[in-house]
Design a protein around this ligand. Structure first.
Ligand code: Q9C
Ligand code: ZN
Length: 695
C-alpha cells in the first residue's frame, strides 16, 4: 500500500504580483507562498516529504474546464504593459494580471495535476501543493477573486479522465464560496462538492443567492453540491468540527469517494482579515485527519486563500504534519458549536435530506419556522458583524494574532514519543501478528501489579493468568502515560477487567478525563461517577441493568451485513461525545461477542486517533487475537486504512443515533445539530419575550 507525502512548491509562483494600487487585491501577496514554505522548513517537514516538481499544464488540460476565449485572454497578457494589464484586470471582479501571471497559473494547474498523478500512481499516499494564483473562484470563462484557472476543478476532471474515477469529493474549507467550482460541477453527479463560507445572509462577497444552503446541485447532480453558509463571523474550532460531524463526514462516507481533493484556503483561520473567523491552526490537523479516512487515504490538498501570513503558515504546517501521520494535537477550549452554526447545519441537513440515507430518516423539525423567525429577529435587533469589522483589519490586530499564535503553537505542539506503538510481544502467541512498527516493552513485575491493583480491584486478581496479563497491559499503559509511546496494544483473557484496571490506573496517575470505548460483552462496568471516566459501550443489546448516564452510555449497534454502516454512529454520536469530553487518553477495548466487524473496528481506531494527542490504549480479548494486525495498522496511522465497503445506515440505525443525540446533547454539546433541544426551547422563550418587549 502507498505511503509517503508529496510536497509541491515552485518559487516561480511568487513572481505573480500586484503592480498598482488596489486595496481589494493587495492581500494576495507572493509571501503567502514563500513564508508558508519557510515555516515548513523550520518545522523540518520539508525533508520528511517526497519532493515532486511542478510543471506547466498544457492548453488541453486547461481546456478541460475553461473556454478557449478565456485561455486566449490569459495568454495575451504575457506581453502587455502595465496599463494594458490594469485594463484587462478591470474586466473581472477582484483580479490582477502581471506579465508572469499566465506562466504562474499554468504552473499552479500543473502542480495540482502532478499531485494527482503522484497519489493516483501510488508513488505517495497523499500530498500538498502550494500554489498561486488560487483557483476556486475561477469560472469557465472568467477570472474572479484572485483566481485565473480553477486548479482543483481541472485536477478533478483530469483525475476522472486519466484514471477513470467515478466519485471524487472536493472539500472547500476556504472561507469564501468557491462559486467557480460549484458552477463547473453543478450537474455532475460524479463530483461531490462541499463548501462552507462566510455568508452573513448574502452580505459577504461574492454575495450570491446560489451560495446558500438551498443550492444543492442541478439535474443529475442534485444532492452533490453542499453549501454550508456561515451567517456570523467568529466561527471557531467547534463550529468547524460540528460541520464535519453532522454534514460533511456522514455524507462523504455514504458517497465513498475514490479520491479526495481539498480546496485548501486558510482564510477560514484565526486572524484572517477576510474571514474574521476564530479557528486555530490545530483544527486543520483534525480536518485533515478526518479526510485521510476516506478514499483509502488518497488525499490531495491544494492551496487556495489565506491572508494572515503567520496564521496561514502555521495552518499549512499543521496540515502537512498530519498528512505525514504525526499525532494530532489536542483541541483546547470549550467544545460547543454556536447557535448560528447549529442553524446553518440544520438547514443544510434539511436541504439534503432527500439525497442521503444518513439524513433521510430523520423527522422534519417542527422548529424550522422558528429558526427562520429567530434569524429575522436577530437581524432586526443586532448587527453582529459590525463590531468586528474595523477591529481585525487593523495592523494591531494582525500583530496581536501573531503573538497569540507564537504562544499557542508552543502550547499545542509536543514532542512525538519515540515509540509509536508499544506492546509486550516477547513470548506472546500474537507476536508474529504484529507489524514492525510495534515495539516490545518489559512486563511489570507480578508483585508490583498486585500492589497496584489491590487498591481498586483486589478480588479480581486471584488468578495468575489475569495477573500476568494485567502486568503486560500496565507496562504498555505506563509507556503511554510517561509519553514514551504514542499508543499501545495489550491482549487480555478478560478485556473488561483489563480496561477497568487501565482506567483507574490512568486516573490515579493524574489524568482528568479518560474515554473508554468498549466493544462487546463487558463483565465489569467501571465506576464512572466522578466524571473522570466516560464509557461508551458498543454492544448488540444492552445486557447490564445499568442505565445510561452522562458518563456511561450504551450504544446498541450491530454492524450491517451488507457492509460497514458504523461510520454513521462514529460521526453522529461517538466523535461528538468524545470531542465534547476532551479526553486526555482513549482506551478502546474489544471484549467477547463484538457486534462490529474488522472494518468498524478500524474506523473506530482511525477516527479516535484525532483525540488526546493520539494517545490510545487498545485492549483485545485474547480469543480475538487475529484482530491484532488490523488494530496495529490502524494505530500506526501512517499506512492507509482500508475500511471496506460502506453501506448507508438503515432507518432503525439512524433512529438509534437520533434518540441518543436527543438524550445527551445538553451534556455533550458537540452532538447539537438540529433544533429539537431545550436550547431551542430556551431561545423560543427568549423570542416570545422579545416579541412582547417590542410590541
Ligand atoms: N468588495 C480567495 O480567497 N474580495 N479569494 C472582493 C470585493 C475578494 C478571495 C471584495 C476575495 C477573494 C482565493
Ligand atoms: Zn478565500
Amino acid at each position: 500500500m502507498a505511503s509517503g507525502t508529496a510536497l509541491i512548491y515552485d518559487e516561480e509562483m511568487t513572481s505573480h504580483k500586484l503592480l498598482w494600487n488596489d486595496p481589494i487585491c493587495d492581500i494576495e501577496v507572493p509571501e503567502r507562498l514563500s513564508s508558508s514554505y519557510e515555516q515548513l522548513e523550520r518545522y523540518h517537514l520539508v525533508e520528511r516529504c517526497v519532493r515532486v516538481p511542478a510543471r506547466e499544464a498544457s492548453e488541453e488540460e486547461i481546456l478541460l474546464v475553461h473556454s478557449s476565449e478565456h485561455l486566449e485572454v490569459a495568454k495575451s497578457t504575457q506581453a502587455m504593459n502595465e496599463e494594458e494589464l490594469k485594463s484587462v484586470s478591470g474586466n473581472y471582479d477582484a483580479f490582477f494580471f502581471h506579465p508572469s501571471t499566465y506562466r504562474c497559473a499554468k504552473l499552479a494547474v500543473g502542480a495540482s495535476l502532478q499531485l494527482v498523478d503522484s497519489v493516483m500512481s501510488g508513488k505517495v499516499c497523499n500530498g500538498m501543493a502550494l500554489v498561486r494564483p488560487p483557483g476556486h473562484h475561477s469560472q469557465r470563462n472568467a477570472a474572479n477573486g484572485f483566481c485565473l484557472f480553477n486548479n482543483v476543478a481541472i485536477a478533478a476532471k483530469y483525475a476522472k479522465r486519466k484514471y477513470g474515477l467515478q466519485r471524487i469529493l472536493i472539500v472547500d474549507w476556504d472561507v469564501h464560496h468557491g462559486q467557480g467550482t460549484q458552477y463547473i460541477f453543478e450537474e455532475d453527479p460524479s463530483i461531490l462538492y462541499f463548501s462552507w463560507h462566510r455568508y452573513e445572509h448574502q452580505e459577504f462577497w461574492p454575495s450570491l443567492k446560489e451560495s446558500d444552503y438551498d443550492s444543492i446541485g442541478l439535474g443529475r447532480g442534485k444532492g452533490r453540491n453542499i453549501n454550508l453558509p456561515w451567517n456570523k463571523v467568529g466561527m471557531g474550532n467547534s463550529d468547524y468540527l460540528a460541520a464535519f460531524f453532522h454534514v460533511l463526514l456522514p455524507v462523504a462516507f455514504e458517497f465513498d469517494p475514490e479520491l479526495v481533493l481539498v480546496s485548501s484556503g486558510y482564510d477560514s483561520g484565526i486572524g484572517d482579515p477576510e474571514g474574521q473567523m476564530d479557528a486555530t491552526p490545530d483544527v486543520f490537523a483534525h480536518l485533515t485527519h478526518f479526510l485521510m479516512q476516506l478514499a483509502n487515504g488518497k488525499l490531495c490538498v491544494i492551496l487556495e486563500g489565506g491572508y494572515h501570513l503567520k496564521s496561514l503558515a502555521e495552518s499549512v504546517c499543521m496540515t502537512v504534519k498530519t498528512l505525514l501521520g504525526d499525532p494530532v494535537p489536542q483541541i483546547t477550549g470549550e467544545m460547543a458549536p454556536c447557535l448560528s452554526a447549529i442553524e446553518s447545519i440544520q438547514n443544510v441537513r434539511a436541504a439534503h435530506k432527500p439525497y442521503w440515507k444518513c439524513l433521510m430518516y430523520e423527522d422534519a423539525s417542527f422548529l424550522q419556522n422558528l429558526s427562520t423567525k429567530l434569524q429575522l429577529l436577530e437581524k432586526a435587533t443586532t448587527n453582529p458583524s459590525a463590531e468586528h469589522e474595523s477591529k481585525i483589519t487593523s495592523k494591531d490586530e494582525v500583530v496581536k494574532v501573531e503573538k497569540f499564535l507564537e504562544v499557542h503553537m508552543k502550547n499545542i505542539l509536543f514532542p512525538v514519543p519515540p515509540i509509536k506503538t508499544a506492546a509486550t510481544i516477547e513470548s506472546k502467541a500474537s507476536a508474529h501478528l504484529l507489524p514492525l512498527s510495534v515495539r516490545g516493552v518489559k512486563e511489570m513485575d507480578k508483585n508490583e501489579v498486585k500492589a497496584l491493583v489491590s487498591a481498586f480491584y483486589g478480588d479480581l486478581v486471584k488468578q495468575d493468568e489475569t495477573l500476568l496479563s494485567l502486568g503486560s497491559m500496565l507496562a504498555v499503559l505506563d509507556k503511554i502515560l510517561m509519553k514514551q509511546a504514542c499508543n499501545g496494544i495489550a491482549e487480555s483473557p478478560a478485556a473488561s477487567v483489563s480496561a477497568a484496571v487501565a482506567l483507574r490506573h490512568s486516573v490515579r496517575f493524574g489524568f482528568q478525563r479518560v474515554l473508554c470505548i468498549f466493544v462487546g460483552d463487558m463483565e465489569i462496568i467501571p465506576n464512572t461517577e466522578d466524571g473522570r471516566i466516560l464509557v461508551i459501550h458498543v454492544c448488540e443489546k444492552q445486557k447490564s441493568e445499568k442505565t445510561n448516564s452522562k458518563h456511561y452510555i450504551s450504544l446498541n449497534w450491530k454492524e450491517g451485513a451488507e457492509g460497514n454502516d458504523f461510520f454513521s454512529a462514529v460521526f453522529g454520536f461517538i466523535l461528538p461525545v468524545a470531542y465534547s469530553y476532551q479526553a486526555n487518553l482513549t482506551i478502546i477495548a474489544v471484549g467477547p461477542n463484538r457486534s462490529l466487524g474488522t472494518n468498524g473496528i478500524s474506523l473506530l481506531f482511525g477516527s479516535l486517533r484525532g483525540l488526546a494527542e493520539s494517545r490510545i490504549l487498545a485492549v483485545i480479548e485474547n480469543t480475538d487475537i487475529n484482530l491484532m494486525p488490523t488494530v496495529a495498522k490502524a494505530l500506526a496511522g501512517d499506512s492507509t486504512p482500508d475500511f471496506g465497503v460502506y453501506a448507508p445506515p438503515s432507518q432503525e440505525k439512524v433512529h438509534t443515533i437520533k434518540l441518543l443525540r436527543d438524550q445527551f446533547q445538553q451534556e455533550w454539546k458537540m452532538l447539537q445539530c438540529s433544533g429539537k433541544s431545550s436550547l431551542y426551547l430556551y431561545y423560543s422563550y427568549t423570542y416570545i419575550f422579545e416579541m412582547i418587549k417590542y410590541s
